[in-house]
Design a protein around this ligand. Structure first.
Ligand code: RFL
Ligand code: PHB
Length: 386
């Protein structure tokens, strides 16, 4: 089998890329190691930047999002016993964000790809990418128990943080920049109406908490917990009590339908291209979830890539493809910094001194008093145009 663009991974990056390429008349094949159900049910992101919303609409995948998604014009910061609202449209040129779960984005894109697009194979695991430096890179994969190969003009690794595509960039030519954090998140999904109509990010001496949502009847809530924490040590009542204390208001309680512990990490691999293999999304970079940037960065990468492949098809020019890594890394590092800033400003490091706590409170106070400081947060949160 041969295709123009071989895509490893059917997460948001791989699926959106396949869709944008299809609309541009560029053929592709998506190989996804997991089952359709697994990919569609995996609980992850919930916040879409304006540019991601625009990209989904342009991909013809915006209809259900526009019906069911919730437009959010701000967030609430809670610290030092008080609250401050950051008003996005007022501070960030009229832009806002959309609450629409990654599970739903993935379902919409899978349905479109299966109905109209090129092949999307589930339970097709890529083991190796060969020939990045040749003009026919090849994917070696297993599907339905049989070893197969797919030869491609280009390969795009959209295979997430634990994927195989990154290894196509020789070790001596790639640099990885990383940071780990001394805390994790315990996340729950609950059949309970959100206690407030916007997201609440809370700094407290008991640790960080975040009240988010999936719909008017489903809450998504997070608590900072120590690294290595076990979800089994957190019975539902303990979680609700802790959320009430950290968020400074009573949650609406309801049945907890999912519970898991998530580690936090920042990582960037440079460059995002080697020969005819390009990396996109979590395969190239990850951020701690505090800034809600991961899914949005993945979408931005593939919008840039789709433009580059379209230019190649229409004019034969590889100029945009050649600039791909540099173009994306500028945005990636901005999002890395913002995610790091949100994480370290809002969480309580277990070894943190009272001095450092006062610095965090001072920074949050500054955001509540200075339009410039608040605008810096708002512009980064709603995201830069792609
Ligand atoms: P994904 O979603 O990890 O998809 C990669 C896909 O590749 C497949 N795969 C392979 N397929 C074939 N062969 C192989 N060898 C393969 N190896 C892997 C995998 O099965 C998978 O289907 O990466 P992608 O597409 O780059 O998308 C990235 C986003 O999923 C991620 O950045 C976000 O979920 C991060 N994130 C958030 N991002 C936001 O923008 N806003 C948020 O509010 C937000 N909240 C979150 C988050 C991530 C979280 N977790 C669990 C890390 C909240 C959480 C809790
Ligand atoms: C979510 O709803 O899952 C969510 C929202 C905001 C974040 C992180 C996760 O910063």
């Amino acid at each position: 089998m041969h295709t123009t663009v071989g895509i490893i991974g059917g997460g948001p990056a791989g699926l959106l890329l396949a869709r944008l390429l299809h609309l541009a008349g560029v053929d592709s094949v998506v190989l996804e190691s997991r089952s359709r159900t697994y990919v569609e049910e995996r609980q992850r992101a919930g916040i879409l930047e304006q540019a991601t919303v625009d990209a989904l609409r342009a991909a013809g995948a915006g209809a259900r999002m526009d019906r069911e998604g919730l437009v959010h014009d701000g967030i609430e910061l809670r610290f030092d016993g008080r609250s401050h609202r950051v008003d996005f449209p007022a501070l960030a040129g009229g832009r806002s964000v959309m609450v629409y779960a990654q599970t739903e984005v993935v379902k919409d894109l899978v349905a479109l790809q299966l109905a109209e697009g090129g092949p999307l194979l589930f339970e097709a695991e890529v083991h190796r990418v060969e020939g990045a430096e040749t003009d026919r890179p090849t994917l070696h994969y297993t599907h339905e128990g049989r070893a197969q190969t797919l030869s491609c003009d280009y390969v795009v690794g959209c295979d997430g943080f634990h994927g195989v595509a990154r290894d196509a960039v020789p070790e001596g030519l790639r640099q990885t920049y990383e940071r780990t954090y001394p805390y994790s998140w315990l996340g729950i999904l609950a059949d309970a109406p959100p206690c407030y109509d916007e997201l609440i990010y809370a700094h407290s001496e008991r640790g960080f908490a975040l009240a988010s949502m999936r719909s008017p009847t489903v809450s998504r809530l997070y608590l900072q917990v120590p690294n290595g924490a076990d979800a089994a040590d957190w019975p539902d009542e303990r979680i609700w009590d802790e959320l009430d204390l950290r968020l400074g208001r009573p949650m609406n309680r309801g049945p907890v339908t999912a519970k898991s512990v998530l580690p936090m990490r920042s990582s960037v691999t440079e460059p995002m291209r080697h020969g005819r293999v390009l990396l996109a999304g979590d395969a190239a970079h990850i951020v701690p979830p505090t800034g809600a940037k991961g899914l949005n960065l993945a979408a931005a990468d593939v919008v840039v890539l789709a433009r580059a492949f379209t230019r190649l098809r229409e004019t034969g020019s590889t100029e945009l493809l050649d600039g791909y890594s540099d173009t994306c890394l500028r945005r990636v590092w901005r999002a890395e910094h913002f995610s790091y800033f949100m994480t370290t400003t809002l969480h309580t490091d277990p070894g943190q001194s009272a001095f450092e706590t006062r610095l965090q409170e001072s920074q949050l106070d500054r955001i509540s008093r200075s339009r410039h400081a608040a605008a810096e947060l708002a512009e980064n949160y709603v995201g830069l145009p792609i």
